[in-house]
Design a protein around this ligand. Structure first.
Ligand code: S3P
Length: 170
C-alpha cells in the first residue's frame, strides 16, 4: 500500500489532520519535521539560523527518502516546502498525496504570533503568506492526488472527506 502524504502551506493543519487520519486508518503517523528535530536535537528555527535553509532542505530530503522507503504503510506529514523542492517530487509520485488548502485569511490567523517558522520571520505576515502561497499553490496542485479545503471545517469532517476520496481512488 502507498504511503499517504499530507502536503500544503504552513498552518493548513497537516499535523493535526494527519494524526487523526492515521488514527482512523489505524496506521502509524510520522511528521517529517518532528523526525528532523529529534535526529538533529534542535528546533527547525535553530537549524535554519545555524546552518541555513539549504542544509535544512538536505536533511528534509534525506528524512523523507528514508520514511517513504519503509515497507509499512504510514501517514506522513510533510513540511510546507518539501513538495516545492524538485528533487523530492519523484518520491511523492509513489504516494497518495493529499493537498490541504486554506485561505490566506485563515492561514494568517492560524500563523499569527508563530515563532517556529523561520520562512515567515520578519515583515508583514499576510503579505508574506500571499506571495509565497501564490508561488507554491500551482506546485501543490500539480503533485497532489486529492485536494481538501480545511478553512472552516471540523477535523473529523476533513478526515472523513480524505478517507472517502482515498477509497474512491482504489
Ligand atoms: C517550511 C514549513 C515548515 C518547516 C520549515 C519550512 C516551509 O513546516 O518544514 O519551517 O518552507 O514551508 P510546516 O509546513 O509543518 O509548518
Amino acid at each position: 500500500m502507498k504511503h499517504i502524504v499530507l502536503i500544503g502551506f504552513m498552518g493548513c493543519g497537516k499535523t493535526r489532520i494527519g494524526r487523526e487520519l492515521a488514527h482512523k486508518l489505524k496506521l502509524p503517523f510520522v511528521d517529517v519535521d518532528k523526525e528532523i528535530v529529534e535526529k538533529e536535537g534542535m528546533p527547525i528555527a535553530d537549524i535554519f539560523d545555524d546552518k541555513g535553509e539549504a542544509f535544512f532542505r538536505e536533511l528534509e530530503t534525506e528524512m523523507f527518502k528514508t520514511l517513504v522507503a519503509k515497507k509499512e504503510q504510514s501517514v506522513i506529514s510533510a513540511g510546507g516546502g518539501l513538495p516545492i523542492q524538485e528533487n523530492n517530487q519523484k518520491y511523492l509520485e509513489n504516494c497518495e498525496v493529499v493537498y490541504l488548502t486554506a485561505t490566506v485569511d485563515v492561514l494568517a490567523k492560524r500563523l499569527s504570533g508563530d515563532k517556529k517558522r523561520p520562512i515567515l520571520k520578519g515583515g508583514n505576515l499576510r503579505e508574506k503568506i500571499t506571495t509565497l502561497k501564490a508561488k507554491r499553490d500551482p506546485i501543490y496542485e500539480r503533485v497532489s492526488d486529492i485536494t481538501v479545503d480545511t478553512s472552516d471545517v471540523a477535523v473529523d469532517k476533513i478526515v472523513a472527506q480524505i478517507i472517502d476520496a482515498l477509497d474512491s481512488r482504489r
